[in-house]
Design a protein around this ligand. Structure first.
Ligand code: ZN
Length: 361
């Protein structure tokens, strides 16, 4: 195990401990928000924030881990490496940092993308007073995605439905129908929820508390599961025609992709957590992106999500099958071994540098 890989955790509590210990040695100011649920080990779960720099620093670098629960191993490991490399002390004058660890601590601890309400946080930040986006493709595939039984006959029937949909709409069309978000099946996958979740309400409070003073906010939200192994795709947020997107391009360069423009491995999604920043800190110029690290082929990743959902809805977590499904899930979003972890940190270090330079342009 290399020093870099050793900063990546084995489970949620280990990640939290590593993060808090590293942040404490850098002299950060902590706040912790307790999630109402417990982890599989009975341990308490928190969204932890730590802040560096002057109280009134006009520029704020923000990093977020675990918007998608299990994907938090990646963001956590990157942040701990940044802290251990002395990142806070190297920030230019006038630039502070806010690290948000465990945005969705429940999913992090339970090795799930979703939260305690089976909600995908990056589909939950829509305006719940308005009609929800429609997703007819998901409705068509819902039974195939969450089959009643996980056996050969049931899976073969489900696969037939999935194949015929892919034939009609293409593989990426199918990915869009499955992952784009849906508001009709609360026991399904990529469900956006019917009200703001605990994480949604809590991160809004965090933004108001920590970023109200800021003039410029540059945010990196860490994700995993799409793209080539260890590659970190920089995904731009929002309409590519808007000034906010032009600023993202200016900071991160032409490799910045856009789901809306069809250049990303990600389908178009609405109601992402980054939307909360300009809403809750309206006086700051906000430049936020997601970094999406590849792991395994998308079919395997989606299969892992589907298995995990079936397991929590209809299976037995303590069975041999349940344990196998969990291990499969974790590996698809957090590949074991030092190689992937080192690729994650090398890329993160580069991208954090771009964000700091962007804030100080
Ligand atoms: Zn994600």
């Amino acid at each position: 195990m290399t020093a870099i890989a050793a900063n990546f955790a084995t489970d949620y509590q280990d990640a939290r401990q590593k993060f808090c210990a590293a942040a404490a040695t850098c002299g950060g100011q902590f706040r912790s928000y307790r999630n109402p649920t417990l982890g599989p080990d009975g341990g308490r779960l928190f969204m932890d924030t730590v802040r560096f720099g002057e109280d009134d620093a006009p520029n704020m670098l923000v990093m977020m881990a675990a918007t998608h629960g299990v994907e938090g191993f990646c963001g956590s490991g990157a942040m701990v490496n940044w802290l251990r490399a002395g990142g806070p002390a190297k920030l230019p004058k006038g630039t502070g940092a806010l690290l948000i660890h465990g945005v969705n601590p429940h999913g992090f601890a339970w090795i799930r993308r979703v939260n305690e309400d089976n909600v995908d946080l990056n589909r939950n930040f829509v305006d719940h007073a308005k009609p929800y986006p429609k997703n007819d493709g998901y409705i068509e595939l819902a039974d195939a995605l969450t089959p009643r039984r996980w056996d050969e006959a049931s899976l073969a029937a489900a696969q037939k439905m999935l194949d015929s949909y892919a034939q009609k709409h293409g593989a990426f069309g199918q990915q869009g129908a499955i992952t784009g978000g849906q508001y009709t099946h609360s026991n399904g996958i990529f469900f956006g929820g019917h009200k703001p979740t605990w994480s949604n309400r809590t991160i809004r409070a965090v933004i108001r508390t920590e970023l109200g003073h800021a003039r410029r906010v540059g945010c990196i939200d860490f994700h995993t599961g799409l793209g080539p192994f260890g590659h970190g795709e920089l995904i731009g947020i929002g309409d590519p025609g808007l000034p906010a997107f032009a600023r993202q391009k200016a900071w991160y360069g032409d490799e910045l992709t856009s789901p809306e423009a069809g250049t990303s491995k990600s389908a178009v999604v609405v109601g992402v957590v980054l939307d909360a920043f300009p809403q809750e800190a309206p006086d700051a110029e906000f430049t936020g992106i997601a970094i999406e690290y590849g792991t395994y082929p998308v079919a395997e990743v989606l299969d892992a999500v589907r298995r995990d959902n079936w397991l929590h809805q209809r299976g037995d977590l303590n069975s041999a099958q349940g344990k196998e499904m969990k291990a499969y899930m974790q590996e698809r979003f957090y590949p074991a071994g030092a190689k992937w972890a080192e690729l994650v940190w090398a890329r993160a270090e580069q991208v954090i540098g771009m964000a700091v330079r962007g804030l100080n342009r």
